[in-house]
Design a protein around this ligand. Structure first.
Ligand code: SF4
Length: 409
C-alpha cells in the first residue's frame, strides 16, 4: 500500500482521540492554490500556555486485537487496515517537520500482538527520532493499558507527553464496552508514569509535558457526575495534566448497546468548564453535580448554575472579598480576579472601575462596589436573573471545541 493511502487511513483513524484536538477547519486544496487544512493527519493542539502547535497525528496501525465496541479499529470492524513501519513514521515526521508543516508527532496505535509489543514499536519511533535524527520537536505517545513498567519508564525518556486513555468513566462501562480493558490496568499504567516522573532527576528528563487521558462522553449511560468523579480521582492520584472529554461519535456496524447519535457538543463543553472550575477555581465536584442533579445544566455554564442556586453567597464585595470568593463570581476569570486584587490596593473600586478592568457584564449582579451596594442586592433578588444571564444562542461547534481545549471558562 502506498504511503499516502496509509496516511489517509491512519490519520482518519486517529481523529477520534481528542487529546490532540483539531482546529476543525476543512478547506480543500484548490488547483493553483497554496495550502489546505484537510486530512493527512495534521492537527492543531494547544499547549498549557495557550500556544497553538501543529502535530502529525496518526496511528502506527489500525490493526487491533481488542474489541472496544466504540472504536472503528476494533477487531470486529470491517474497515480497511493499514500499518506503518517504524521507519515510515520516522521519515514522515522528518519530512513534515522539515517542510514546516508540523512541530511534533502524536502517535497512537491499535494493539498489534500485545500491549508490550505495540509499545516497543512506538518507543522505537520516538527513540529513532531523538537519537538518530536529533529531533527536538514535540512527541506524544499513547499507550494501551497494561504495558510493562520498564517500557513505560523508557517511553517517558523520549516522549514529551504520555497518555493512557481511560475511555469510559466507570469499571462497569469498561466491562460492557471494552472487555479487554480494566480500570485497574489503566490506573496501574498511570501510576507507573506518575512514579517514574516523580523519580526523575528533573521535570525535563521524563515526559516533561506530563500525562493526560481521554474520556468518551455519551457512549454509555454514565452521568456527568460519574465522569467528573472519575476525572477528579485521576487528577489527584496520578498528577494528570489534562483529562480530555470527547463526545462519542457513532460508527458504522455499531454494537446495539451504543447510542445511535452523538451527544450534544455542549455536554462536552460543560464538562471542560466543570473540570476547569475544580482544578483552578476551588470548586469541589460535589458542588457542581450531585446524586439529585447528576448532570450539568446544558443551558448555562456550571459556575453560573452554582451561583444561581447559592444566591446567599452573593453579592461579593469587590473591595473586601478574598480571592477564593471572587473566583466564584460568574464571569470573573483568574486574570480578571488578579487585576481586581491589584487595583483595589490603590483605591476603593467603583462600578466604573469594573468596566475599565474589563469585568464581564454578567458578573455585575453578583458584585458590589463602593458605590452601589443596595442596587446590586436588589438585582440579585430578582426572579428573572437566570433568564437574563442565559446565553440566547448555544456555542457553535468550532467555538466550543477551541475554548474547551484551551480550558477557558
Ligand atoms: S485498544 Fe484502542 S485501537 Fe484497539 S479497539 Fe480498543 S480503542 Fe480501538
Amino acid at each position: 500500500m502506498e504511503t499516502r493511502r496509509k496516511l489517509e487511513i491512519l490519520a482518519d483513524a486517529a481523529k477520534y482521540d481528542a487529546s490532540c484536538a483539531s482546529g476543525g477547519s476543512r478547506r480543500k486544496a484548490t488547483p493553483g492554490g497554496l495550502g489546505a487544512t484537510e486530512g493527512m493527519g495534521i492537527c492543531h493542539s494547544f499547549t498549557p500556555d495557550g500556544r497553538c502547535v501543529s502535530l502529525l497525528k496518526i496511528l502506527l496501525t489500525n490493526i487491533c486485537i481488542y474489541d472496544c465496541r466504540y472504536c472503528t479499529s476494533r477487531i470486529s470492524s470491517d474497515v480497511e487496515r493499514a500499518r506503518f513501519s517504524v521507519a515510515e513514521v520516522v521519515q514522515l515526521t522528518l519530512d513534515f517537520y522539515r517542510g514546516n508543516y508540523i512541530e511534533g508527532l502524536f502517535l497512537s496505535s491499535g494493539v498489534i500482538k500485545s500491549p508490550d509489543y505495540t509499545m516497543e514499536q512506538l518507543i522505537a519511533v520516538a527513540r529513532t527520532l531523538r537519537e538518530q535524527h536529533a529531533f527536538g520537536g514535540y512527541i506524544h505517545l499513547k499507550s494501551a493499558p497494561g504495558v510493562a513498567a520498564e517500557l513505560l519508564t523508557e517511553a517517558g525518556l523520549w516522549a514529551d507527553r504520555l497518555s493512557v486513555n481511560v475511555e469510559l468513566p466507570t469499571p462497569a462501562d469498561l466491562a460492557q464496552l471494552a472487555p479487554e480493558k480494566s480500570m485497574t490496568a489503566i490506573e496501574e499504567s498511570m501510576g507507573v508514569i506518575a512514579s517514574a516522573k516523580a523519580a526523575a532527576n528533573s521535570p525535563q528528563s521524563y515526559a516533561p509535558a506530563g500525562q493526560s487521558t481521554q474520556i468518551i462522553v455519551g457512549a454509555s449511560p454514565a452521568t456527568d457526575a460519574d465522569i467528573l468523579i472519575t476525572s477528579d480521582h485521576l487528577y489527584r492520584s496520578y498528577q494528570l495534566r489534562r483529562v480530555y472529554y470527547a463526545a462519542f461519535s457513532p460508527i458504522s456496524h455499531a454494537d446495539p448497546r451504543l447510542p445511535g447519535a452523538a451527544p450534544p457538543l455542549v455536554r462536552e463543553h460543560r464538562l471542560y468548564q466543570a473540570d476547569w472550575l475544580v482544578r483552578f477555581y476551588g470548586f469541589q465536584v460535589g458542588e457542581l453535580v450531585s446524586s439529585a442533579m447528576p448532570d450539568l445544566d446544558p443551558a448555562i455554564d456550571p459556575k453560573l448554575a452554582w451561583a444561581l442556586s447559592h444566591r446567599e453567597f452573593f453579592p461579593v464585595d469587590v473591595n473586601r472579598a478574598p480571592r477564593e470568593a471572587l473566583l466564584r463570581v460568574p464571569g470573573l476569570g483568574r486574570d480578571t480576579v488578579h487585576k481586581i486584587l491589584n487595583a483595589r490596593r490603590h483605591h476603593a473600586l467603583r462600578r466604573a472601575d469594573l468596566a475599565q478592568l474589563r469585568v464581564a457584564k454578567r458578573a455585575a449582579p453578583f458584585l458590589v462596589t463602593s458605590d452601589d451596594a443596595r442596587t446590586a442586592a436588589r438585582v440579585l433578588d430578582g426572579q428573572a436573573l437566570r433568564r437574563q444571564l442565559t446565553p440566547p444562542v448555544q456555542l457553535g461547534l468550532f467555538e466550543a471545541r477551541v475554548s474547551a481545549v484551551r480550558g477557558e471558562i
